[in-house]
Design a protein around this ligand. Structure first.
Ligand SMILES: *[C@@H]1O[C@H](CO)[C@@H](O)[C@H](O)[C@H]1NC(C)=O
Ligand SMILES: *[C@@H]1O[C@H](CO)[C@@H](O)[C@H](O)[C@H]1NC(C)=O
Ligand SMILES: *[C@@H]1O[C@H](CO)[C@@H](O)[C@H](O)[C@H]1NC(C)=O
Ligand SMILES: *[C@@H]1O[C@H](CO)[C@@H](O)[C@H](O)[C@H]1NC(C)=O
Ligand SMILES: *[C@@H]1O[C@H](CO)[C@@H](O)[C@H](O)[C@H]1NC(C)=O
Ligand SMILES: *[C@@H]1O[C@H](CO)[C@@H](O)[C@H](O)[C@H]1NC(C)=O
Length: 194
């Protein structure tokens, strides 16, 4: 009896002293519900990458809102974005994402024609965690349905970054202080930037 009690009481203590485990990132397997779950408004929250072009973009972006809408093909989503980049709010409406169900891959075609591939990481339905797969540098980005996320979700994301080997200095955050007016309103779009 006493031994059982000790065992039961001892278990949580033993677990608490174990080092934090790094669970592998689990990619979402796409199905017919994937596109409906992507549609609509998102806000870019934070990201880290060692891929130099992505790193330069992460450094320059202090706010980003984007929305997915049905595109010209069944598996294609048009994207409209408003980004504060180097202090200026820039509107982009000519990039698109192809959603490949057979291999659970998102292929992003930027307005400059640059193609990048990503997988969607399993998380809360109101979060969009992407892992780019075309070039071999560690990377992970977090977007959400709201311009800020809960402390718990942020801690979870930071733990994933730590597991990928990023330090706090390598993580870039956007801020609602730098918010741009959402597309549809009057704004000073400068399509030459980016
Ligand atoms: C999607 O974007 C393309 C290219 O910008 C455009 O030609 C097309 O009309 C858009 N489709 C829809 C449904 O808005
Ligand atoms: C895309 O942006 C261009 C210029 O910024 C604008 O003329 C055009 O109407 C926009 N298209 C859509 C579908 O919002
Ligand atoms: C997934 O399929 C698309 C279209 O067939 C292809 O372009 C892309 O490279 C594939 N992605 C991966 C990771 O194999
Ligand atoms: C991003 O990280 C994954 C592993 O987490 C790696 O396979 C992929 O090549 C990286 N992509 C880029 C663009 O660095
Ligand atoms: C975002 O911030 C607002 C204001 O600080 C807060 O009320 C809200 O709960 C936050 N949202 C989340 C998901 O934490
Ligand atoms: C933003 O500023 C950085 C540093 O001044 C510069 O290298 C980069 O090209 C700028 N990006 C854009 C899109 O203006």
């Amino acid at each position: 009896m006493l031994a059982t009690l000790t065992l039961l009481l001892g278990l949580p203590l033993a677990l608490a002293t174990e080092p934090p485990s790094c669970a592998p990132l689990v990619a979402v397997t796409f199905d017919s519900t994937t596109i409906p779950q992507l549609l609509g408004q998102w806000f870019f929250i934070a990201g880290a990458s060692r891929y130099p072009p992505h790193l330069a973009e992460l450094r320059a972006v202090t706010f980003e809102a984007f929305s997915f809408s049905p595109g010209s093909h069944e598996n294609e989503l048009n994207i409209s974005e408003i980004i504060r980049m180097n202090e200026t709010c820039v509107v982009r409406n000519s990039s698109r994402t192809q959603v490949f169900q057979h291999n659970s891959t998102l292929v992003h075609v930027g307005d400059n024609g640059v193609v990048s591939m990503a997988r969607l990481i399993q998380s809360d339905k109101d979060l969009l965690i992407l892992n780019h797969i075309n070039i071999d540098f560690p990377n992970l980005t977090l977007s959400a349905r709201t311009p800020n996320v809960s402390k718990e979700h942020m801690e979870e994301f930071k733990a994933q970054l730590q597991c990928l080997g990023f330090t706090e200095e390598e993580v870039f955050y956007t801020s609602t202080e730098h918010a741009c007016p959402l597309p549809g309103g009057e704004d000073n779009a400068d399509p030459q930037l980016g």
